[in-house]
Each structure stands twice: as C-alpha cells, then as structure tokens.
Design a protein around this ligand. Structure first.
Ligand code: ADP
Length: 403
C-alpha cells in the first residue's frame, strides 16, 4: 500500500543563510536537514544531510549563491535527486513552515500565509530589523520554489502573547506603547512552548507552575502557568534578561547614556557592544560555554566569576517568576547549555531549597538526549532537562493547520 505522504519543510531564513529540515509527520523524524550559508558572497556553502533508515549521509557543496532563490532551488533539487533524494517530487511537501521572529501584537498563533499576512510581517520590520526582512524573503522564495505547498508562519513571539499587561508594559509614557507598540514581546516562544508542554505531559497534570530556562547562544526564561505563558525575560528585542553568549542581558540603562554622553560612543557602537561584544564573550573573551568550562576547570578566575554571574542571573529570574506565579512545580533546563552543562545546572540550583530545588549530583551528570528528572527523590520542585526541538514544533503547528 502506498503510504500517504505527510512531509513538512521547516525553513528558518536569515539575512545570509537558510536553515531547513524536512520532517515526515508520520514518524515525526527528519528525512533531511541542512543549511545554506554565505548567500550573496563570492562562494556560498550548502551542507545537506539525509537520514534514510537511520543512516546519516552528508554532502557539502561550495558554489556561488547570489540570493536565497538560488539556494533554496538547489535544496529542492537535492531533496528530489534521483540518487540521494528523500522524496520523488517537490509536490510531496505539503506545507512549508516558516520561522518568523516578530509577530508583534498582530499574531497570537500560527497562520497560513497570504498577501495580508505578508504585509503585516512587513509592517513589523521596524521591531525586528535584522530578522523579519530575511524571514519574509524566505517566505517569498519558498512560494516560488514550492508552489504546491501551503506556506505557514510560526512566530517566535506568539506563545508570549498571553502575558498580562502588568508584566508586558514598561513604565514609560503610555503613548510609547499606544502609538509605537513599545512593550515586552519575548522570543524563543516556540521552544518555551515545546518544552513546557513536554513538562506538563511529564508531570501528568495541567494545573502547573513551570519555569522554562532556554539557554543556548541566545538565552531566555518563561513563566508558564497552567500551560499559558505569563512572563518572559526578553523584551521589545532580544537584549533583555539573561546573560548570553554575546549579549549583556539586563543592564542599567544609565550605562548607555554614560557611554554616549561622557565617552563619545555612537549609538551603533553601543548597539554592537551590547549585542555582539558583551555577555560571556565580553567577560571572558570566549563565547562557547565548553571553552569557558575548560578554563574554569584549570582555575581561571574570570571564567569562574562569569559562570557564577551567568547562574546568578538565572536564580534571580527563578525568584521573580515563582513570585509572579505564587508557586513552582518544576523548572526546565533546555537548549545547548541547559541540556549539556551540568556545572551551570548545579550553580543555578544550589542554595535554592527555599524554592524546593534539590539537585541530585549523580542524576545531574547523566548524559542522554531523553527527558530526565535530576532532582532528589521526594523534592518539592522537579528539576527537568528536556531537549528542545523548535523545528519539530514548527512542523507540528504547521501540520495541525493543514490537517
Ligand atoms: P542556538 O541559540 O544557536 O540555537 P544552541 O541551543 O545550539 O544555540 O546552544 C549553543 C551553545 O550551547 C554553544 O555555544 C555552547 O555554549 C553550548 N553547548 C553545547 N554543547 C555543550 C556542552 N556539551 N557543554 C556546555 N555547553 C554546551
């Protein structure tokens, strides 16, 4: 019997890159994944992987990729290639799920894309000038390359649209919110949604107070009460909140005025400083936690201090969100650092017994890609490690819409 094909292509388009994953929604496993990089430069690269019956195959191509269309057309050729293809024809892709970073207040859920939706995504360019234009390019290119597929937009901000005004408003003149939309939006919503739902399934009850801690290159936390997001640490943009690989997270805004007015920095320089040269790289010179961790092990004092600062900020937000929800059932660690870095998890949880957090040292060290509980038996609050899968969440939401 011929199996009904239920394939969703997930596309995450950046200004010079396209990340993609083709997911078979019957098994919820990827058939293929890859990245087109250095679009617009002299030589572009395409790394394309296929997964056939558990066997991974990888090819790397280098060729001029002047624009996103050329890149995605090559992806379509590879996906349908006679020898290495995973599908016979592009029409076997039922929908393309696009990651769109900023949905403003207009989008509270995943939507099928039409001209109105594209116009709204464009209206939101000023709120996400680095991301939304690239996301829209991805949509327009996919419409050309996969004309038979339904195009769907999944917004990073949508999960956070349930945050109440008391948490999303800033105490600045009201007209800045009313006329300019300046408020907290939050990001990484797809990941916070995915792992909080997994945690709810794991806990076996829906009336739960959960804090999700997404710590990868970018980092944010969310307070999720009864499955609904009630607060998050990023704001109008992604600079707020936790200390990140290259972003400062929370700082006193006076620092900006001091640098501009007293030290002659331009606004562009301050922006680069806070977005690209701060956080862990600003403190230690290294971005990757694995490099900083090996320095901690060697007794490097600044590496140790930066680790403690990183964990301290997370502790502060746990207190913040436990207060906002008036309780706490579980905290969830996820993304590159959350899933892998046992030292950070230990630093975050130590001396937090007031919140019912009791980390089990042995369980914390176990490495697996499965969901796991790392608290002591009988502890009041669960400490969970849950691998995130933003691509699968985008595919699920897209599939849900076309079913
Ligand atoms: P992105 O935000 O780009 O999706 P990821 O969630 O993949 O990032 O996280 C990437 C980061 O995770 C790396 O920069 C690194 O600091 C960290 N990381 C990955 N593996 C480990 C590990 N084994 N131990 C500590 N940190 C890790």
């Amino acid at each position: 019997m011929k199996r009904a094909c239920k394939n969703i292509l997930v596309v995450n388009a950046g200004s010079s890159s396209i990340k993609y994953q083709l997911i078979d929604m019957i098994t919820e496993l990827p058939l293929s994944s890859g990245i087109v990089e250095r679009i617009g430069l002299k030589e572009g690269t395409l790394i394309h992987k296929t997964f056939i019956e558990g066997v991974e195959n990888k090819i790397v191509e280098t060729f001029p990729i002047p624009n996103h269309t050329v890149g995605l057309e090559r992806v379509a050729e590879l996906l349908t290639d006679k020898k290495i293809g995973v599908i016979a024809d592009p029409s076997e892709i039922k929908a393309v799920g696009h990651r769109v970073v900023h949905g403003g207040e207009a989008f509270t859920k995943t939507v099928e894309i039409n001209n109105d939706i594209k116009a709204k995504v464009k209206e939101l360019f000023p709120l996400a000038p680095l991301h939304n234009p690239a996301n829209l390019t991805g949509i327009e290119v996919a419409e050309k390359v996969f004309p038979n597929a339904v195009q769907i937009a999944v917004f990073d901000t949508a999960f956070h649209q349930t945050i109440p005004d008391v948490a999303y408003r800033y105490a600045i003149p009201a007209e800045l919110y009313e006329n300019m939309g300046i408020r907290k939006y939050g990001f990484h919503g797809t990941s916070h949604k995915f792992v909080s739902q997994k945690a709810i399934e794991y806990l076996g009850k829906s009336d739960t107070k959960i804090i999700t801690i997404h710590i990868g290159n970018g980092a944010s936390m969310a307070a999720v009460k009864n499955g609904v997001c009630v607060d998050t640490s990023m704001g109008l943009g992604p600079l707020n909140g936790l200390i990140m690989g290259t972003r400062s997270g929370d700082i006193d805004p006076s620092i900006i005025f001091y640098l501009v007015e007293q030290k002659g920095y331009s606004i562009e320089e301050v922006s680069t400083l806070l977005n690209k040269k701060s956080g862990m790289v600003g403190l230690t010179g290294d971005t990757d936690m694995r490099d900083i961790e090996s320095r901690v092990i060697k007794g490097d004092a600044i590496a140790e201090l930066s680790y403690k600062m990183y964990a301290y900020r997370i502790k502060q937000y746990i207190g913040n969100y436990a207060a906002a929800m008036n309780g706490l059932d579980a905290i969830v660690f996820t993304a590159g650092i959350g899933e892998n870095d046992s030292i950070i998890r230990n630093l975050v949880c130590e001396n937090m017994n007031y919140f019912g957090l009791e980390l089990n040292g042995e369980k914390n060290k176990i490495r697996t890609s499965k969901i796991r509980e790392i608290n002591n038996e009988g502890a009041k609050t669960k400490i969970l490690v849950i691998p995130t899968n933003e691509e699968l969440e985008i595919a699920r939401q897209s599939f849900e819409l076309i079913k």
